[in-house]
Write a protein that binds this ligand. Structure first.
Ligand code: MGD
Ligand code: MGD
Ligand code: SF4
Ligand code: MO
Length: 842
């Protein structure tokens, strides 16, 4: 190991994370230039001596390469061990995108291993009301735990209630777990193996599929090996909406900034608040929350009516351009109209539109700030039209880079030979319908849920979710710690953290994945998820009286508990991944991108690129698409087709987007009304959904009593989901929930910086500490999510136990197509908290 690669990785980002914190006192809109930032990070990384060299205590015996389990920058980790204990975590210097980088969270990977809060054995409830902090559990063997679950699942199946069994995934799992769950649910006869996608960023995938054919992030980081050209780094314009990459994808964002320092690309960041991402931008644009949809329609109108679109690309590749132009004109979605809705000056809207249309190539990036809106699908569709009409799709440095729509999703196992029966229609898309189902019995009542992840913190309207889980007949929680849902569980199953597992875990946004080696032994009796599901299938084999046990065992061979064997099946049976073998990935410093149809194919960076390597991949994905550039029915970019219109119409939507927003956005805007009947969801045909109509808000505006709008989002670069709240470093660096309020708004409410405050919405209230921040709209406050009342590690640092931010948003308003929850807007008020806050222990 060279001292250089040690230096780059261990210092770089922890260092800049600290600078980020201090930056709060800097003038709000001053953007550090990327070149300054790059220069600063270089000096800090290479010019200092490395005093770990020749340190007897800190010279590793061996180093294992693995990957970080947190964000989608998907850093490769070199983990140093001494006497089989982790003594250091370094970044991969030989990956040009990662460039040795890591963020502060890499150091928390070993803290998940060496952690006295870890669950170490399966547990069974022995006393206490569900949800009560006094719930008591006792250790049981794996066999007993899995047989208890199997018995309950078979009892429900035998009573004709298989459809009332549901599973809810999280993004944090070994890849392929979902395929095992799907197989087990098919054999049981339940359609409700739901994915976390609808609460994360599925709307982006759904929109991409409708317009271009594939539901994935369209471009890639680094050099495209097929063309030898830089992909996203070659963008001349970067338009970021609702993504705070500096804190949520720091290492890939740093790569973009490095490349931008070379190209001089202009960066526009659209976010109602100034973040470290916006701090790097040429222009920060702060629309009213939940109105990006209008902003994009206004941009489209301006580009098309002033002839700034790419007529040649449109003529050759786009269906429905004329219909779109007529639609924008007839609805008068002008930049002036958009300015009124968003609060962004008209000349700013026209300027961004002109810059985006003129720069070639121009790349769009979006993440949860767009996905967590009521109109997520339609907003994303409008964004795909921006790229389509300007010819920014299928080109390096362009595209619609809708984050977290990465790969793999659907990994295929060999065909299931066991009998399966027709399944009832699944609940309306999205796990966040669980509470509604349990509490109202509509369309039917769920009776048993198995969960990965944390619905008691991450699902909207927590108070309602609690009520539902108190009533739920049978609940299995799988996780690392005694988190909030554990207190509602009948059975608790301990899972491994990232360093304890071999395989493919996280993935980079651009469809790139890495192989990770196991670094340390498993903690206690914890198991990786695939092993849990194979074990459950074998428990079902032992107890099922209606199906020969051989059917369960053949469907879930024991040898799949070795992840390498499971991966080999995926490689063999999943279209477009024949080149992604364990042997090939294991030795790469860089991750490998899907699709990748053979071991000598470099993997695809730019989707839809008019290039032989793309057409080769298309052939492997689906021979019937052979020769097509876009994977839509027509082979072209589809803005409007009569078929698409007919498909979406029963849900109340159309191919051409009509503006609406959340009823709790201030002002008077069209919004959604939900019909009580169910229709089949056309973009998710195995599930039902409610149809909607678009019209004025019904009932009174909530803003008399709740004059502000609240947004939620990640607290800082320090925390990843709930997991890092269970590490000492996490709670030490960011144990307090800081509520961002504009100084004028704070003053008007008698609030000073650092005051304890309470944020109240029509649903509930949360506490926190006021952070007066000029970089936020005066009508908007920001409430960090992922805090929860069970996070006892904070007690060590006097950090309060907090109610989850999700007591604030409404679960009754969601995108009826994608299932996305509107986490990013709720009517609220903020008051000084006169009583000190203590969260309950759930
Ligand atoms: N208000 C608000 N709510 C939100 C969001 C928001 O921005 N605002 N964001 C939404 C988004 S984008 C997402 S993705 C969801 C996340 O929602 P979830 O996936 O439900 O929540 P996490 O906090 O990521 O899940 C953490 C849990 O995963 C467990 N865990 C960690 N690793 C593993 C593993 O390998 N296997 C298993 N079985 N468990 C594991 C941990 O023990 C912990 O219980 O939250 C959503 N909720
Ligand atoms: N450190 C860290 N990194 C993470 C995660 C984490 O928990 N912690 N989670 C991972 C996961 S699962 C996900 S999905 C991603 C999420 O990554 P991001 O999307 O970057 O994260 P968020 O903070 O949820 O939201 C991004 C921004 O949206 C803004 N926003 C809110 N409302 C609006 C709006 O109406 N319009 C616009 N334009 N912006 C709005 C917020 O102010 C916020 O700055 O991050 C991943 N990476
Ligand atoms: S959290 Fe993300 S940026 Fe930080 S080390 Fe892990 S993968 Fe890299
Ligand atoms: Mo997410």
């Amino acid at each position: 190991m060279s001292s250089d690669d040690r230096g780059v990785s261990r210092r770089g980002f922890v260092h800049s994370a600290v600078i980020g914190g201090v930056g709060m006192s800097l003038p709000v809109v001053s953007a550090t230039s990327a070149s300054q930032a790059a220069a600063a990070s270089h000096t800090s990384s290479t010019s200092r001596p490395d005093f770990t060299e020749q340190s007897a205590a800190l010279s590793p015996d061996r180093t294992v390469t693995t990957a970080c389990q947190f964000c989608n920058s998907n850093c490769r980790l070199r983990v140093d061990l001494k006497a089989d204990r982790v003594i250091g975590v370094r970044g991969e210097a030989n990956d040009p995108v990662q460039a040795g980088g890591l963020c502060v969270k890499a150091e928390m990977m070993p803290e998940l291993v060496y952690n006295d809060q870890r669950l170490t054995t399966p547990l069974r409830r022995v006393a206490g009301k569900k949800g009560s902090p006094d719930s008591r559990f006792e250790p049981v063997s794996w066999d007993e735990a899995l047989e208890t679950i199997a018995r309950k699942l078979l009892e429900l199946r035998d009573a004709g209630q298989a459809h009332t069994i549901a599973n809810r995934t999280t993004g944090r799992m070994l890849r392929g777990t979902g395929s095992l769950v799907a197989r087990l649910f098919a054999m049981l006869g339940s359609p409700n193996n739901t994915d976390v996608g609808p609460v994360c960023n599925d709307a982006g995938a759904n929109a991409l599929t409708a317009t271009f054919g594939l539901g994935n992030f369209t471009n890639g980081y680094g050099t495209d090996a097929a063309t030898g050209k830089e992909d996203l780094g070659s963008a001349r314009y970067l338009l970021l909406l609702g993504t705070n990459q500096a804190e949520t994808h720091p290492v890939t964002y740093e790569h973009l900034l490095r490349e931008r320092a070379k190209t001089g690309a202009k960066l526009t960041v659209v976010d109602p608040r100034l973040t470290p991402t916006g701090a790097q931008a040429d222009r920060w644009v702060a629309p009213k929350p939940h109105t990006d949809y209008a902003l994009v329609l206004g941009m489209l109108h301006h580009i098309i009516t002033t002839g700034r679109h790419d007529q040649e690309f449109v003529d050759r590749w786009v269906l429905g351009f004329d219909e779109l132009r007529d639609h924008l004109i007839s609805h008068r979605y002008t930049a002036a109209w958009a300015a009124k809705v968003t609060g962004v000056p008209e000349k700013t809207i026209t300027a961004i539109a002109e810059e985006y249309a003129a720069a070639k190539p121009a790349a769009i990036y979006c993440n949860a700030g767009i996905s967590h809106q009521l109109g997520a699908f339609d907003t994303y569709r409008a964004l795909t039209f921006l790229a389509a009409v300007t010819g920014n799709i299928g080109v390096p440095g362009g595209g619609c880079n809708f984050m977290h729509n990465t790969w793999p999703g659907d990994l295929h196992l060999p065909p299931l030979r066991a009998r399966t029966s027709d399944r009832t229609q699944a609940l309306p898309v999205g796990p966040d319908y669980f509470a509604e189902s349990i509490l109202t019995g509509r369309p039917y009542r769920l009776r048993a849920i198995i969960a990965q992840g944390n619905p008691l913190v991450s699902s909207a309207n927590t108070l309602r979710v609690r009520e539902a889980f108190e009533q739920l007949e049978f609940f299995v929680y799988t996780g690392l710690f005694m988190e909030e849902p554990a207190y509602y569980a009948d059975i608790i199953l301990p899972v491994c953290s990232g360093l304890e597992m071999e395989g493919v875990y996280m993935r980079r946004d651009d469809r790139a994945i890495r192989w990770q080696d196991q670094v340390v032994p498993r903690v206690g009796e914890s198991r990786p998820d695939p092993e849990i599901w194979i074990g459950l299938a074998h428990a079902l084999a032992r107890l099922d009286t209606k199906r020969p046990d051989s059917e369960w065992r053949e469907a879930f061979p024991e040898k799949w508990t070795d992840y390498r064997n499971l991966w080999a099946e995926f490689v063999k049976h999943t279209p477009g991944m024949a080149g992604m073998t364990e042997q090939r990935m294991r030795h790469r410093a860089e991750p490998l991108q899907w699709p990748c149809p053979s071991t000598d194919h470099p993997g695809v960076s730019t989707l839809y690129l008019d290039h032989p390597s793309w057409y080769e991949a298309v052939e492997a994905l689906d021979a019937k698409h052979g020769g097509k550039r876009f994977l839509t029915p027509s082979g072209k970019v589809e803005i409007f087709t009569p078929e698409l219109e007919a498909k979406l119409a029963p849900t109340g939507h159309g191919a051409l987007p009509v503006f609406y927003t959340h009823p709790e956005v201030t002002g008077s805007h069209p919004t959604l009304r939900y019909k009580s009947d169910f229709v089949v969801n056309p973009i998710n045909p195995q599930a039902l959904t409610h149809a909607v109509s678009i019209g004025p808000r019904q009932g009174r505006s909530p803003h008399g009593a709740y004059p502000l709008m609240g947004m939620t989002g990640r607290p800082s670069v320090v925390h990843f989901a709930e997991v890092t709240h269970w590490t000492r470093t996490g709670k030490q660096l960011n144990g307090i929930r800081l509520i961002q309020i504009h100084p004028r708004t704070a003053r008007a409410n008698g609030i000073a910086d650092g005051d304890p405050v309470r944020v109240e919405s029509p649903r509930g209230s949360v506490t926190g500490t006021a952070l007066l921040w000029e970089g936020i709209r005066e009508d908007t406050i920001f409430v960090p999510n992922t805090f929860g009342p069970a996070q006892r590690v904070g007690d060590l640092y006097g950090a309060p136990r907090y109610e989850p931010a999700n007591v604030l948003p409404d679960d009754g308003h969601y995108d009826n197509l994608s299932g996305q929850q509107a986490f990013k807007c709720f009517a609220c008020r903020v008051v000084k908290d006169t009583q000190s806050s203590k969260g309950s222990r759930r």
